[in-house]
Write a protein that binds this ligand. Sequence first.
Ligand SMILES: [Fe+2]
Length: 147
Amino acid sequence: MSNPVVKYLDGYLANLHVLYAKAHNYHWNVEGKQFFTVHAKLEEVYEHIADEIDEVAERILIIGERPSSSLAAYLKLATLKEADAECITGEAAVKSLLSDIEELNASLKTGIKVAQDAGDEVSADMLIGALAHYEKLAWMFRVHLKA
Ligand SMILES: [Fe+2]
């Protein structure tokens, strides 16, 4: 995989899979006063990620390479970490996801530059769209965490 854009996209795809699993984990295991809001919001979050996973993987195919396609490969490539199956408060779940999304946003800024430097405006546009989505989600999570 010599194309730096594909290398970035494949790593991003791996992180999306970890985030997809983690959003489900907290959707299922959140307990306490914020249950209804966090449970419902995380369903929205993982549904969006599912669409995005498909878009990113197909972009790699469009470029002419093959995306990583197994959970084992994703876990090897991802920088985000999974969470254990245990009950969690809404606040702790949102804090944990906010930290992941901030990491993802920093990485997306790098990925956008990689794509632009390679003259791959379509991949750059896709990643800019992702950054806009996750910057908004980070803002909503930060607002939710205010006392
Ligand atoms: Fe559900």
